[in-house]
Write a protein that binds this ligand. Structure first.
Ligand code: PEP
Ligand code: MN
Length: 353
């Protein structure tokens, strides 16, 4: 018995990473997975470029840690110290790359996702999608369901908005990102979307997080407006623990004492987030600033922060937008910004996609 293998083990065997030897055979990995499952826990094999690790999650039960430590092919058991496990780099050292039929997010790409705050009409959504395609942008974001502070504000077009998004996708081939606010609408939104957005107000709506954890499409999880890094990753953990590995995080500004901007765009969260988690990180400077004049500079700052992409509100006539016009940039501003991002991205180790 290798006592080293046991030194990190305690009763919290459910917060473990079983690191396999570099030359461990597939049968040995399968044996360990089986042993974990026999203990009533879940095994998550994470294949790395040189070795495989197996994440262990589940309820703490009386298990025999020696059994795992002494199995063939096991190098060591590492205690995962953070409360989030599947979201952590300890369990998943390599960056997650999120794929949609149109594009990929992460893996050295800087991905632009843009569109109007709300779906307003078919003609307008189509016009924006065609503009984005001409700018080589492959994901359109537009809300059919809008979480509004006032019940008297425009609440979005609902199902009709989803139908418009489906038509625009069919006509242009652009990928659709749209928000889900309510578990009742989950099937309809999943059907219309390539990426499902969970907004800031729902970051801790656990029923909704559990529901999207069962989906097989990527989830864009916005940071709660007062959420710490840990609370945010715990929310992502709900989705990952449900079996959906395709999660994108999006910083969209937090509430502070500032009154010069709608929110305080916390770009300082990007490096620690990337150090602690493998999930791609996007930045939304539209909601982050609340003012269109400040969107381009904060978008460039987001690229410099190391983020994996942007979420931007654009509209051909921002002053006429049905929601969030104040923070929405027009087509010309977007084109100019995209050009600058394209020029700068190679210097920052990113490929504009
Ligand atoms: C939105 O993306 O239009 C939106 C409502 O975002 P948030 O949840 O960040 O406020
Ligand atoms: Mn908005």
């Amino acid at each position: 018995m290798n006592t080293n293998k046991l030194k990190l083990i305690d009763k919290e065997i459910n917060q473990m990473l079983v690191v396999m030897h570099q030359n461990a055979a597939n049968e040995q990995i399968a044996e360990v997975v089986k042993a974990i499952e026999t203990m009533g826990l879940q095994a998550h094999p994470l294949a790395g470029s040189t070795r495989t690790a197996i994440g262990v999650t589940g309820n703490i039960t009386a298990v025999d840690p020696q059994r795992l430590a002494s199995m063939g092919g096991v190098l060591e058991l590492v205690r995962v110290t953070r409360p989030y496990k599947l979201a952590s780099r300890e369990m998943h050292p390599e960056d997650t790359v999120v794929k949609t039929p149109q594009t990929i997010v992460g893996g050295g790409n800087f991905t632009l996702i843009a569109g109007p705050c709300s779906v307003e009409s078919e003609a307008l959504t189509l016009e924006i999608a065609e503009f984005l395609k001409s700018e080589d942008v492959h994901l359109l974001r537009a809300g059919a369901y809008k979480p509004r502070t006032s019940p008297y504000s425009f609440q979005g077009m609902g199902r009709e908005g989803l139908e418009i998004l489906k038509k625009v996708r069919a006509k242009t081939g652009i990928g659709i990102v749209t928000e889900l606010m309510d578990t009742d609408e989950a099937d309809a939104v999943e059907d219309a979307a390539d990426i499902i957005q969970i907004g800031t107000r729902n970051m801790q709506n656990y029923a909704l997080l559990r529901r999207v954890g069962k989906m097989r499409k990527p989830i864009l999880l916005k940071r709660g407006m007062s959420a710490t890094l840990e609370e945010w990753l715990m929310a992502a953990e709900y989705i990952l623990a449900g079996g959906n590995q395709q999660v994108l995080l999006c910083e969209r500004g937090v509430r502070t004492f500032n009154d010069h901007s709608r929110n305080t765009l916390d770009l300082s969260v990007v490096p620690p987030l990337q150090a602690t988690s493998h999930l791609p990180v996007l930045v939304d400077p539209s909601h982050g600033t609340g003012k269109r004049a400040y969107v381009p500079s904060m978008a460039l700052a987001a690229l410099a922060s190391g983020a994996d992409g942007l979420l931007l509100e654009i509209h051909p006539n921002p002053d006429k937008a049905a929601s969030d016009g104040m923070q929405t940039i027009d087509f010309a501003t977007f084109s100019k910004l995209r050009k600058t991002l394209g020029q700068l991205s190679p210097f920052l180790g990113k490929k504009l996609s």
